[in-house]
Ligand binder design. Structure first.
Ligand SMILES: [Ca+2]
Length: 475
């Protein structure tokens, strides 16, 4: 990561300069993806996470600003996006890669108001995960905090810090090798260290003197020498990673040392090789025969610091459905990867990144993809006719009904369907899980998920009345 330290006075000047910013328009070549200002009129400093909050009455995001050390609430109000302070600013370590690094909203946030923040305090050095709570309005942090994990970290670089909940309800957290260079602290293959690892924690059931529980099916539970928190190991700096919203594949961008950047689809219990290997190549050792190869890697001609991205699941009819969008910090090129069976992923270059070094990609419930950059700037949204949600009425469902749409939702939240997409013509929509089983209904006029349906990815289909509950006088 490049070093950009900014004095407060410069920050103020930059804010002033941005006040008159006209609508951002990207020029795009044929077949390329453009970028538009996702929240016109708003700017953010070094955005490391753009997390949609499920179940809110208006579309709402929590935005993490790395060095300002603030969580901003961004909400759609009366047709405009409004930014307010949710939490902070607080004092953090502002050395380059440190600060506010990761945020995950609890799957049951609408009931327990809990969220998780990973960050670095001023004192040198540590990686912290805290559990925090929103207040009853869901628009501000309540001030309650419970430390989940504090890891001593020898250097300012290679901290990782990305957090996400899995569909299994457990919190996954990635951490780098401690920093310096060339794995100088020996954490890459140290099975007892939480650094250079992806961890899986049960934050709802603290046990055995820890502030979290160890899921019983974590891969190394009971194995001598292994920290039981470990889900996967052998990473250098898994700065950004994400789950494919459809199938939970864990796509990790692991930043390389001298020559090679790598993208892994991480499997439970597997070793990704650092520092024996850098990308697919032997580095300070060799593949011991168990180390997994990346699904994609690239050299210095294309960049020097991979920024892991997200898999697009916004529209099953799009040519980009299932494409992993990512970029390089210095390469400034958006690229797409598509998994080729079990073989390596194929890369397509999709356009120049505007306005700075990308540092995070995050999706919203409809599958739109947002990008944060390493300076004071707008948040961008990937923009292409191939990334628009398709009208329900234009899609054929396998069942022969008029159409379907894949949405994220649950827990009483309102399904976000664009107005006029045809779903309103049906009296109601069936909610199907990804196995095709109908688990409930949305009234078309209200579009609220029943409270009992857990937040997740569902298929909605305009539906005729089911035989068991046809209204009186119905067919
Ligand atoms: Ca570090």
């Amino acid at each position: 990561m490049s070093a950009i330290l900014r004095a407060p006075s410069i920050l103020l000047a930059a804010i002033t300069a941005f006040a008159g910013l006209a609508a951002f328009t990207a020029t795009t070549a044929h077949g390329q993806i453009g970028f538009k200002d996702a929240f016109p009129g708003l700017v953010f400093d070094r955005v490391t996470r753009i997390a949609e909050v499920p179940g809110m009455p208006d579309k709402t995001f929590l935005v993490l600003e790395q060095h300002v050390a603030q969580i901003s609430l961004v909400t759609r109000k009366n047709g405009a996006w409004v930014k307010s302070v949710f939490f902070g600013p607080v004092a953090v370590n502002q050395q380059n890669e440190m600060g506010f690094l990761g945020l995950a909203v609890h799957p049951d946030f609408r009931n327990n108001r809990k969220y998780y923040l990973s960050w670095n305090p001023v004192a040198k050095y540590s990686d912290i995960i805290d559990e925090r709570q929103a207040d009853a309005t869901f628009t501000k942090d309540a001030g309650t905090v419970r430390n989940i994990l504090t890891i001593k970290d020898p250097e300012w670089n290679h901290n990782g810090g990305t957090l996400h909940f899995g569909k299994d309800g457990f919190l996954y957290a990635g951490f780098g090798d401690g920093g310096g260079g060339d794995n100088q602290f020996g954490n890459g293959q140290n099975k007892g260290s939480l650094l250079a690892k992806i961890l899986r924690l049960d934050v709802d059931h603290p046990a055995d003197g820890r502030n979290y529980g160890i899921p019983a099916d974590n891969p190394f539970v009971g194995q001598a020498g292994f920290a039981p928190e470990i889900w996967a190991w052998g990473f250098r700096n898994p700065w950004k990673w994400s789950f494919d919203p459809l199938n939970q594949d864990m796509w990790v961008g692991d930043v390389g040392q001298n020559a090679t950047e790598e993208v892994d689809i991480v499997e439970k219990g597997q070793n990704y090789g650092w520092p024996n290997m850098e990308g697919p190549n032997n580095y300070k050792g060799a593949n011991d025969g168990t180390m997994k190869l990346p699904v994609y890697s690239y050299g210095r001609a294309l960049g020097s610091c991979v920024i892991g991205g997200v898999v697009y699941r916004g529209n099953p009819a799009s040519k980009y459905y299932g494409t992993y969008f990512a970029a390089d910090l210095s390469g400034h090129q958006l690229f797409g990867l598509k998994k080729n069976g079990t073989g390596p992923a194929a890369r397509t270059d999709l356009g120049a990144i505007p306005g700075g070094n990308p540092i995070t990609f995050d999706p919203d419930a409809e599958g739109n993809i947002y990008m944060g950059v390493e300076k004071l700037a707008p948040i961008y949204m990937l923009d292409s006719p191939d990334l628009k949600p398709a009208p329900v009425s234009n899609l054929s469902g396998a069942s022969g009904h008029q159409g379907y749409r894949l949405v994220q939702g649950g827990q009483g939240g309102k399904a976000a369907l664009p107005p006029g997409d045809g779903s309103g013509k049906a009296d109601r929509l069936g909610i199907f899980n990804l196995s095709g089983k109908r688990i409930g209904y949305l009234a078309a006029e209200d579009l609220r998920f029943p409270e009992g349906i857990r937040t997740g990815l569902y298929i909605l289909k305009p539906l005729e009345a089911a035989p068991e509950d046809r209204p009186e006088g119905g067919r």
